[in-house]
Design a protein around this ligand. Structure first.
Ligand code: EPZ
Length: 421
């Protein structure tokens, strides 16, 4: 398993180009199952999660060609049973459930396991699809669905922790080819859900209320192929913005989706970070002290849970006591014990951490555990004294396109050490 060896102390200075959004690309690739015609998707980031999704589509019978960020995919004849060994590797593959039921009238997809950020239930996905008329059972760890003709209805997708992103995706995709009109109340309105809705409309779907918590979908008989460019990744951009803030750097984030980053950029400005919106991106720099802050994660447009770990890393060197409350995945704190190994002063209780900023962190070997926690450890390594080794960086490769090369290009002292194991 590869590791990163990071020598802390250099400011990040220069330009980074932000890649296409992973969390947009995955459901949009799944949505191509809804048509036998060719779809061409541009700005697809080269990530292991994307590769898994393409493998799943191929297993289902798709012709797939992926080159220089563009995927050409044609789902002519498809089978309806997803491969266990691939689905288990990537929880997000659950978003093939809705399109498979809509296209084939049936589906068999393994239940996504839990993961380090917590239990990952899909009760809202299942109840939403059942309301559309799908018969769904759990058999030997698989979700087994028989759809027949789906019929539109009103569905509320709000759960105990707010709306469900992939649940909204699944129900919206199935509703596009259901008979009649479906109203989704409490829909997730993350930019990635909006991007999927726009892609579906480009395929001939009839969806209104896009970007709101109330989606109205008029089912159509067929959907056609489409050529579409995915939005850029607000979480990758936010991660590099935090890197510039932590290292007292000056980064231009080319193609950063500024309009999708309001809560994160506002919080950075509160911390004393300079944010300048420019023609084709965003400039982030810091010269003064880094102020402590409070964040409470919530559904979009609130502060995103996917930026929580990175802000925890920043809080470890801010002046004063910061407070972070995690309301989406209450156990999403795998990064805390590893940050403490670097000398951070953190108190964790339930879904809340209090972080007391220190002068310096000191380098040490740390273990990546999930995608965003791993990014937080890399950020901490950029400012820690001496050397930090981040092990199991395959977690990072799932969601950040060549992050080591991008960091190297703006002055970070980071090296990927390949290992055969
Ligand atoms: C998506 O996951 C993202 N993944 C996650 O990003 C992101 O953290 C999450 O949305 C929240 O924004 C992709 O888009 C591929 P949810 P998703 O269903 O859809 C509960 C990353 O780092 N819930 O919106 O799986 C659930 O337990 C990843 O890029 C139910 O109770 O998340 C959680 O507490 C990590 N029942 C909350 O809702 C359900 O049926 C939000 O989960 C579904 C979810």
């Amino acid at each position: 398993m590869d590791k990163f060896v990071i020598q802390g102390g250099n400011p990040l200075i220069g330009k980074v180009t932000i890649s296409g959004s992973k969390n947009s690309a995955l459901p949009i690739l799944a949505a191509t199952l809804l048509t036998p015609e060719e779809c061409i998707i541009h700005r697809v980031p080269d990530l292991s999660d994307i590769r898994y999704m393409l493998e799943i589509l191929k297993f289902l019978g798709a012709q797939v060609h992926y080159e220089k960020g563009t995927v050409r995919v044609k789902n002519k004849m498809i089978n309806w049973i997803a491969p266990y060994d691939l689905v288990r590797k990537m929880r997000a593959s659950i978003c093939i459930l809705g399109p498979l039921i809509a296209r084939c009238g049936k589906a068999r997809v393994s239940l996504p396991g839990g993961c380090v950020i917590g239990d990952r239930p899909i009760d809202l996905h299942i109840s939403g699809l059942q309301k559309l008329g799908a018969n769904i059972d759990i058999i030997k760890g698989d979700v087994v669905a028989q759809g027949g003709q789906l019929r539109g209805t009103t569905i509320n997708l709000r759960g105990p922790y707010g709306s469900t992103v992939l649940g909204t995706d699944n129900v919206m995709m199935a509703a596009c080819r259901s008979e009649g009109t479906t109203i989704i109340e409490g829909a997730a309105c993350e930019p990635e859900v909006e991007d999927l809705a726009k892609f579906l409309v480009s395929m001939g779907a009839k969806i209104s209320g896009i970007g709101s918590q109330r989606l109205i979908i008029e089912g159509v008989k067929e959907l056609h192929g489409s050529e579409y460019t995915i939005i850029t990744d607000r979480i990758e951009a936010g991660t590099f913005a935090v890197g510039a803030a932590m290292t007292k750097g000056d980064l231009f984030l080319e193609q950063a989706p500024v309009n999708h980053m309001t809560s994160v950029l506002g919080k950075l400005q509160d911390c004393g970070v300079t944010i300048q919106v420019e023609e084709n991106g965003l400039r982030v720099s810091r010269s003064g002290p880094l102020k402590a802050f409070e964040i409470v994660t919530s559904s979009y447009p609130g502060f995103p849970t996917d930026m929580q770990a990175q802000f925890c890393a920043m809080a470890t060197i801010a002046c004063g006591k910061s407070k972070v409350v995690e309301n989406i995945f209450p156990n999403r704190f795998m990064h805390i014990s590893e940050l403490k190994r670097l000398g951070a002063n953190i108190e964790l209780s339930k879904n809340e951490v209090h972080i007391y900023g220190t002068e310096r962190l000191s380098g040490a070997p740390v273990m990546a555990s999930d995608l965003r926690a791993s990014a937080a450890l890399v950020l901490a390594g950029l400012v820690a004294d001496n050397t930090t080794e981040v092990h199991r960086v395959y977690h990072i490769d799932r969601g950040y396109e060549r992050i080591d090369e991008k960091l190297l290009s703006v002055g970070a002292m980071i090296k990927r050490v390949y290992s055969k194991t």
